[in-house]
Design a protein around this ligand. Structure first.
Ligand code: SAM
Length: 164
């Protein structure tokens, strides 16, 4: 049965801290791109979308799916298929990842992206807006950080979604 993205995403119930930390932790350093998806959020999205089959940007330690691509594989140069969960590296290349997510959806993949809600950027206007956008309330705490991120996040989905 096909259901709408809006219906599916409205089922998200994870609550996030509304406070932004005044002192960013090391996890927010530009020296790292390891903004690991909060497990509770991943599990909710996984439930809503009936499980994911590919994490295209990961390390063996933070991969969210049994099938994943690492920096060495270069997820950007691989073909994606199935139900993809993408939390991309948040550096200057992020636009390439969102473009890739959109392009792979044209080949049949469902790609659910966790991205910073940088609505003033070129990649947002050229690609993120082609998807279904759901803005998360509050700020996420990535990985093991005790501090909330200094930016808002959004879920952007590309491709057809069929519920279980
Ligand atoms: C924001 S983290 C997300 C980690 C994990 N997938 C998750 O959702 O928690 C982005 C990950 O992409 C990896 N990465 C960076 N460049 C990559 C590339 N070219 N191909 C695949 N993975 C890459 C980084 O090592 C990092 O672990």
């Amino acid at each position: 049965m096909a259901i709408s993205y809006a219906t599916a995403l409205s089922k998200l119930s994870v609550t996030h801290s509304a406070k932004e930390s005044a002192i960013p932790s090391v996890h927010f350093s530009s020296a790292t791109c390891e903004w690991e998806t909060p497990l509770a959020l991943f599990e909710e999205l996984s439930h809503v979308f009936g499980g994911f089959t590919l994490d295209p940007c990961a390390t063996p330690e933070n991969a969210k799916c049994a099938r994943y691509f690492t920096r060495e594989d270069d997820g950007l140069s691989q073909a994606w298929n199935g139900k993809v969960f993408m939390n991309p590296p948040y550096g200057r290349e992020i636009g390439k990842w969102v473009k890739k997510a959109w392009a792979e959806s044209l080949n049949g993949a469902l790609v659910v992206c966790l991205v910073p809600a940088r609505v003033d950027t070129r990649w947002w206007h050229e690609y993120a807006r082609k998807g279904h956008v759901y803005f998360l309330r509050g700020r996420l705490k990535f990985g093991a950080s005790v501090n909330s991120a200094p930016f808002p996040s959004a879920i952007v989905t590309f491709g057809k979604f069929f519920s279980r």
